[in-house]
Design a protein around this ligand. Structure first.
Ligand code: ADP
Length: 366
């Protein structure tokens, strides 16, 4: 019986449990055995009871659970070859030669590296007499499939990552709560949201809540942004608006060049416009909590597709990620998706915002 491992890795995201549930049950329905790997790559390196066979009823009710119930971790030892060698040994001794990983770009890059190195890891295990040639014979290839789990929606090649709509929903709810109190006191609020170097959460939160102004990592504001922002906020107030909401993406805040910080925005609003202004950093409430309906659906459909991709894989086909493009669940090359994702982050780090924007535009135009 084929044995397929499932793991969640990197930052947790709502919907990861739905993905694990779908993978476990589809694996069993296809006549294979399912193994849960606990605490991300840490479980693969440590082995033992961190790798557990999963049965149908083990994942009952998981669609409505937030976070990831099989745990996640940042694992330093998997970054080094000796850690990956141990991971390969643990997999072979448990008879697992296929892995489905739900994580961000880091986790998926690590997975592809592992797959690439696999034949040499296996050879080394035989050389060191840790395993026999007979033992490794059925494990010539490692089969990897990626599911993109991240609240940031920062992966190229897919329209949505598992978790991003739950996070957006949470941000909208939080802004609605703030709206009520802001309206009452006629206050202004500067709200910092997550997203790392991706402005999707901030932009879509701005669109969905009717914010007055938004700061994004991919698009630095014009030279005269201070006057711009004050002018727009003032205009809205003159039109009778009793509250002001400015959304700052954490990635825009981090950029030294943009010289934007929630404190600076607050000072402008209070000193130039005389508004009673407060700062709210939403923080980890954006990550926790139950998955919204969309993420439950996405994780389930993609989890099913991930198992199908494992069973379809040929030794020489490149590892796929499961994406959603224009509402269709599709497979895309993992390496290409990671490369495109890194290109945007690199362009922002190099302060080449025109390139960052054109890469994002190209994604939408695809
Ligand atoms: P995310 O998957 O959310 O982007 P990280 O970048 O922290 O999160 O990656 C999660 C884990 O994946 C790391 O702790 C490490 O174990 C593994 N990993 C990430 N990048 C690599 C890499 N280049 N080689 C091997 N393992 C990696």
């Amino acid at each position: 019986k084929k044995r397929i491992g499932i793991m969640t890795s990197g930052g947790d995201a709502p919907g990861m449990n739905g993905a694990v549930r779908a993978v476990v049950r589809t694996t069993i329905a296809m006549g294979c055995e399912s193994y849960g790997i606990y605490e991300g790559y840490e479980g693969l390196v440590q082995g033992g009871d961190m790798i557990k066979q999963m049965f149908w009823e083990d994942v009952r009710g998981w669609l409505s659970e937030g976070g990831t119930l099989i745990g996640t971790a940042r694992c330093m030892s998997f970054m080094q070859r000796p850690g990956r060698l141990q991971a390969a040994k643990n997999m072979i001794t448990r008879g697992i030669d296929a892995l489905i990983i739900c994580g961000g770009d880091g986790s998926l890059t690590g997975a592809d590296k592992f797959r690439d190195e696999w034949p040499s890891l296996v050879a080394e295990l035989v050389e060191r007499k840790e395993l026999t040639a007979e033992q490794v014979e059925p494990f010539k290839h490692l089969n990897i499939v990626g599911l993109v789990g991240s609240i940031d929606n920062d992966m190229s090649s897919t329209d949505a990552t598992i978790g991003c709509y739950s996070s957006l929903q949470r941000i909208c709810q939080a802004v609605d709560f703030i709206d009520a109190t802001a309206f009452s006191h006629q206050r202004a609020f500067v709200i910092e949201v997550m997203g790392r170097h991706c402005g999707w959460l901030a932009l879509m939160a701005g669109v969905s809540t009717g914010a007055d102004f938004v700061f994004l990592p991919e698009k630095p504001p014009a030279e005269n942004w201070e006057e711009d922002m004050c002018m727009i906020v003032k205009k809205h107030r003159e039109l009778g608006k009793r509250k002001t909401i400015v959304i700052v993406a954490e990635g825009a805040h981090d950029l030294e060049l943009q010289k934007i910080s929630p404190t600076k925005v607050k000072d402008l609003l209070s000193k130039k416009l005389g508004l009673d202004t407060r700062i709210t950093t939403l923080g980890h409430v954006q990550r926790g909590g139950t998955a919204c309906a969309y993420d439950r659906m996405l994780s389930t459909l993609q989890g099913v597709e991930a198992v199908k991709a494992v069973l379809d894989a040929k030794p020489d086909t490149p590892s796929p990620i499961i994406a959603i493009i224009e509402n269709k669940i599709v497979r895309k090359p993992l390496l290409e998706a990671v490369k495109l994702t890194n290109e945007v982050a690199d362009a922002i780090a190099a302060k080449d915002f025109a390139r960052a924007m054109s890469l994002r535009d190209a994604e939408f135009a695809e």
